[in-house]
Write a new protein. Sequence first.
Lengths: 323, 137
Amino acid sequence: MQNFKKSILCFFVLSLFFLLFYSLSFAEVTEVAQQVNSSTNSLPWWFWPLSLFIFTFILGILAVLAGVGGGVLYVPLVSSFFPFHIDFVRGAGLFVALTGALAAGPGLLRQGFADLRLTIPLALIASTCAIVGALVGLKLPSNIVQTLLGITIIFIVIIMATAKKSEFPEVKEPDALSQALHISGIFYDPSIGKEVEWKIHRTPLGLGLFILIGLIAGLFGLGAGWANVPVLNLILGAPIKVAVATSKFLLSITDTSAAWVYLNSGAVIPMMVVPSVIGIMLGSIVGVKILAVTKPKIVRWIVIIVLGFAGLRALLKGLGIWT
Amino acid sequence: MTENKYVKEEQIVYANLLDIGMKIGLAVLIITFVIYLLGLLPNQIPINELPNLWKLNVHDFLEKTGFPTGWGWFKSINKGDYLNYIPIAFLGGLTILCYIRVLPIFIKKKDTAYTILTLLEILILVLAAAGIFKIGH
């Protein structure tokens, strides 16, 4: 069993390095591909969708092990290392995040980890702002989007590396708004074998922050779990399990509105979306199965480093330093 | 899967519809993509042309391919590539269906705040889906 665990761990560390190496190789291939006249492109058409499928399959595994959404890894990595224009990468990224959230939603809602009453007001603000973000994103020149994406990803890396989380935040008195909306709940936490009652506070501040979260989600085609969770957990005071689950479910609504803007604007190519969605879903299933025999903390740090590298690459690409 | 006894009716109803819709959407997504890959239907854009097109920005892509925006693809769903937009649009519309499904529950409960919030969300998502918010070309 020990040997099995070691080999699984080795496999994933190797996968991570493969991902990094793969990304760098793609960067070179991309550069070469860009130099070659389009009509004499020597790579067959299926090379990129197949590569995208393999790439997203690995991303799906890593996302589960690192506890991050696939969307946040997808856009910076694919836009940096694949030949697709960032407009289409953001469109596909939204569908990757959206389908992941739609698939996770039923289980999270039934178990009571995700809460519909908590989600509805936040989703209304985030989804409206995601539309504005998407419209702005599709209007901006791609180098500006790439530069802003790089800065945002580096900021996300800092949040991921430093943000604290609170298992059961203390909420002494729920605020008037959350009381008026009856936002509270009870769920059974198997890790402590008890039922946990929760309520929230600072609702107006939380709602205000979701304006920003929605804008970023739409602008860059990112799932915004990295921002949802700290706001739900640290600002609103939802227990971490409720925060993570509600965040995941919330993406299914926020990303729906932005996804329609990209779809209706012609920025969704099935040859990119379908392999990505299937790849990341299969990867997530495999990731969940092997979660028990790996050390997620190490994987999480390696993913943070890879994401930091992708953010830097996006920033340098946007600034025209590393094209 | 354990169901939480404290979960409210509207949440369970939403989850059940989402579950069925997601499974149908994914199954159709795979089927239409296989039809596309196997070339069972003619395509608007030849597959081997895609590597020259997906590196363009969306404006140039639309100009070069004549690809429709909004729901324009729906008129030509007999084309292999357009066929894929059926499950994509379905997955994009699933949340709207779930909201529509829970709306009568909030109305029945006389939960005015959530009835209004749900109606507003449906309105926003329907407008987005209808193509009111898009970058025109």
